[in-house]
Design a protein around this ligand. Structure first.
Ligand code: GLN
Length: 204
């Protein structure tokens, strides 16, 4: 078998992970997914969810994404997708995934058993990069916070993988993951790798 063929075989076995590509930093997520061993698929229409093994809801502006999702009848399908497939929400995506959103309240998918407060660390100027301890193997993790939400409550089945000032910033609940920071903006791929592993486990 030539090396070209081997490449093709390998590609077809990669998990196909969608990235909601309405707004925000979806391109960086797609790149991170490819580096973490998945085939990224940009998702702009509800029908594009079909055949995906998992999905990332990226950072951006949750209100903007929500408006779009509600207009296209996308919201209902996403709710369904979250109930049986792995989904990872980062920053605005974590807000969309939460059970309850505050400051101000807004509609959410209600998949992750957590209460999230928007823009809880101040204004844009207060966005920051921290390196904090994490439960992930390999030591402290760089975390880029941009107008980040704060997880103010997390249910008993939510595993906390990293914290900032005592509040969870990286969590996992079964096949759902959420980060209040932007792992796609750091070179470290451990967070995306964990999600890709979660997707692979759900497939097997
Ligand atoms: N502040 C944004 C919101 O409330 C989230 C910011 C981000 O995703 N970087 O939706």
């Amino acid at each position: 078998m030539g090396s070209g063929e081997a490449g093709l075989v390998e590609k077809s076995t990669l998990p196909r992970i969608g990235v909601l590509a309405i707004q925000g930093d979806y391109a960086a997520h797609a790149e991170a997914l490819a580096e973490a061993g998945a085939e990224p698929v940009e998702v702009r229409k509800p029908e594009e969810l079909a055949g995906l093994d998992g999905l990332i809801l990226p950072g951006g502006e949750s209100t903007t994404m929500l408006k779009f999702l509600e207009k296209q009848g996308f919201f209902k399908l996403l709710e369904e997708f979250c109930s049986h497939k792995p989904v990872f929400g980062t920053c605005a995506g974590a807000i969309l995934l939460a059970r309850e959103v505050r400051h101000p309240a807004q509609r959410s998918l209600g998949a992750l058993d957590a209460v999230v407060e928007r823009n809880a660390y101040g204004r844009q100027i207060d966005s920051t990069i921290l390196t904090e301890p994490t439960q992930l193997e390999g030591g402290p993790l760089e975390m880029v916070f941009i107008r980040a939400p704060r997880i103010v409550e997390a249910g008993p089945h939510v595993q906390v993988l990293a914290q900032r000032d005592g509040a969870p910033v990286l969590v996992k609940q079964g096949t759902l993951m959420a980060a209040t920071f932007h792992p796609e903006l750091s070179a470290d791929r451990r967070v995306h790798k964990l999600f890709v592993e979660t997707v692979k486990c759900a497939l097997s």
